[in-house]
Ligand binder design. Structure first.
Ligand SMILES: O=C(O)[C@H](CS(=O)(=O)O)OP(=O)(O)O
Ligand SMILES: [Mg+2]
Length: 218
């Protein structure tokens, strides 16, 4: 069991979409996203909406346009997402994990409950990071989820990366995220609203499982 964590913003966007539809197609390729028929295309590169797409990787923009998405899905349409980091990591993790859940701060407790319920042999937390460099927001997300997993399972981890992640959540972790490189980039692009949305802990009771092509609500 792996939980893939991309706080800003892929995991949060996926969980937001799962409040509107039962499955979100995932790809790390713009070309592949464009190949889907009858599909709302959502995605970004380096935080900027992909020009020909319907929406960027913005949970607040998605909620502002939820009626469009609800109507589209009701009529049998698909939704596809491609992002700079998170969707790429999900594809990679799926190759080595039997179950892959999508974790965010917005569903931290809920995804922990599902992971403990489903896991038979341990839970691996996978922060996505950003362009191959350390992303503190994803480690903080892992620390928050780890704390819920331990609260529910009554088992304490010895994994030192998780211990470090949990330590980061003891202080003013919201400021750490709001002052992160990822946050600076998004704020400069005008996505301050997304930042506040992505750190709203346990605001979403929804979780999806990635099957290699799409995240399906469970
Ligand atoms: O869309 C996002 O918020 C980020 C953009 S960047 O890589 O941090 O510039 O992508 P994500 O794949 O959600 O981390
Ligand atoms: Mg990110």
């Amino acid at each position: 069991m792996a939980i893939v964590i991309d706080i800003l913003r892929a995991s949060t966007t996926i969980n937001t979409l799962l409040q509107l539809c039962n499955e979100v197609y995932i790809t790390d390729s713009i070309e592949k996203a464009n190949s889907y028929e009858n599909t709302i295309k959502i995605g970004e590169r380096n935080g900027k909406k992909i020009e020909e797409f319907d929406f960027g990787n913005s949970p607040t923009d998605i909620l502002k346009n939820k009626e469009i998405i609800l109507e589209h899905v009701k009529n049998g349409g698909k939704v596809v997402l491609t992002t700079t980091n998170g969707t790429r990591v999900m594809k990679r993790v799926f190759k080595n994990a039997n179950y892959v859940l999508i974790g965010s701060i917005t569903n931290a407790k809920y995804v922990a409950e599902k992971a403990v319920e489903l896991s038979k042999s341990g839970i691996t937390l996978v922060p996505c990071h950003r362009k191959g460099t350390f992303a503190i927001e994803d480690v903080i997300g892992a620390g928050l989820i780890a704390r819920y997993i331990e609260e529910i399972s009554k088992e304490k981890t010895k994994n030192e990366e998780v211990l470090a992640a949990k330590l980061l959540t003891k202080g003013d972790w919201k400021s750490l995220i709001l002052n992160s490189n990822s946050a600076d980039n998004l704020r400069n692009l005008g996505y301050h609203g997304d930042l506040m949305f992505c750190i709203s802990e346990n605001s979403q009771n929804v979780v999806g499982m990635f099957d290699g092509e799409k995240v399906v609500k469970i």
